[in-house]
Design a protein around this ligand. Sequence first.
Ligand code: TRP
Length: 505
Amino acid sequence: MVKNHPLAHHRPQWKTHIGFLLAAIGSAIGLGNIWRFSYLCYKNGGGAFLIPYLIALFIVGIPLMILEIGLGHKMRGSAPAAFASISKKWEWLGWWQVIFVMFGIVLYYSVVISWCLSFLFFSFKLSWLPDPNSFFFNQFLMASSGPFDIGQLRTPIVFSLLLVWLFNWLIVFSGVTKGLERANKIFMPLLFFLTAIIVFWGLRLPGAAEGLKVYLRPDFSRLWDIKVWMDAFSQIFFTLSLGFGIMIAYASYLPQKSEIVRDSLIISGANCAFSLFAGFGVFSVLGYMAHTTGQPVTEVVTESIGLAFVAFPKAISLLPYFAKFFGVLFFMSLVIAGLSSSVSIIEAFTSGLVDKFHYSRKVVASSLSIFGFLGGIIFATQSGLYWLDIVDHFLTQYGLVVGAIFECILIGWIYKAQRLKEHINHYSSWKLNRWWNVCVKIVIPLSLLVILISSLIEELTAAYGGYPRLSIVLIGRDWLIYTLFFAIIVASHPWKIEPGERNLT
Ligand code: TRP
C-alpha cells in the first residue's frame, strides 16, 4: 500500500549515501565546533574535560542521534509528521522544535554568519587595525547601551545578511539532492581542507606549544565540579544538532536499506573529532599571540564572539607573513560551517510544511528566506548583540532542552523505545541492545532535567547577563511562549493526508 502512496512517491531521496552523511555532518559542525568546544576544554580541566565529554557523547549524544535518525527513517517524515504519526496530541512538539529554531536560532545565527562574511572582506585590508576590540564593538556593531536602546540599522550588516539569506535560499530552494547534497559535498571537504591548513599553520607558529598546553593539560580535580559535567552534556547536545528536528528530517530522505546505527556513530564521531582538531588551530594561534605580546596564554583566551571577532583578528594581524590570507581562511571556514548548519534547519521546517500542507518546496523556501531575512533585522540593529545574547540563552538553555525531554518521553514511553529499536535493528547490521532503551527512557531525560533545573535555579538567582529583568522576560521568555503558540496553531490545522497513513513499515 505504502509504496503506492502519493507522498511516498514524491519524497525526495539522497542520491548518495555520502551525500547524506556530509549533510548531517554539515549540520552538526557549526560555529560552536570552532569557537566554543576548545574554550570549554580550557575552562573545564583541559584534557580531563574529554572524560565527561565522551561520556556525554556515548550516553546522550549517540543514543539520541540514533533515535532521531531511526525515527525519521521509520516515519519518513519531518519532526511534526513523525510525532503526529505517533500521536496527534504530540504534533505541536515537532512544530515547536522546528519553529523556535527557524524563527529564533536561525535568525540570529545568520546574522553571526553575516558578521563572519563581513570580516572575510575586512581580512583583505586588515581593517580592524589598530584596535580590533574597538573596531568590532564601536565601529562595526556600533553597539548601543542596552537591549531597549535599539538605535539604528547597521546597513553593512544588513547587506551581508542579505547575502547570507541568498545562499540559504539558493541551497534549500534547489532541493535535497541538487541543493543540500551538492552544497555539502563541496562545503564539507572544503571546510576540512581550510581547517587543516589553519591547524598546521598554527602548529608551526612560535608559542603554539604553550597554547596547546593550556588547551589540553589535564586537571582531573575539575571533574568534581558539577558545572563541568553540565557543560559537557549541553555542548554535546547542541553540537550534534539534536532536539532541532533536523536529523529527523534528514533521515526521512534515506532509502529503506540504511545503516542507522553506523551512520549515527559516523556523524557524531566526525563532529566531535572535528571540534578537537579545530581546537588545535585555535589554541596554537592564541599561544602565538601570547608569545608575541608577552602575555600569559590564559589572559588572551576567549570564546565565541570575542574569540572570532577580537582575539583572532588581533592574532592574525601579528602574523609575520600572509596574515591577510590567514584571515580569509579563518573567516571563510566560519562562514561555511555556519551556512551548512543554517540550511539544515530551514530544510527541517520546509519539509514539515511540505509534509503537512503539500505546499511547493520552492514557494516555502522562498517565503521562509524572506521572513528569515526580515526577522533577522532586529539583530542587525545597534542593539543586536544584546538581543542575540538573550534569545540564544533562552532558546538553547530552555527550548532545546525541554523539547528533547518531551521527545524522549514520547518515543521512550508512549511509542516505546523497544518498538523503534526493533525497526532500527531490522535494518542495521550493527545492533542496539537494551542499553539503548535505558538511555532513551531514563538517562537522557534525567540528565537533561538536571541541566534544566540548575539553569532555572541560576536564572532565578541573578538576571542573565546583568540585563534589565524586563528585557529578559519580554525578549527571552516570551520568544519561547510565542513560538509555542504558533506551533499549537499550526498543529491544529488539518493535514492534507493524515500522517498515520504515511506510516510506512
Ligand atoms: N551544531 C551547530 C553548532 O555547533 C549548531 C546548529 C545546529 C545550528 N543546527 C543548527 C545552528 C541550525 C543554527 C541552525 O554550532
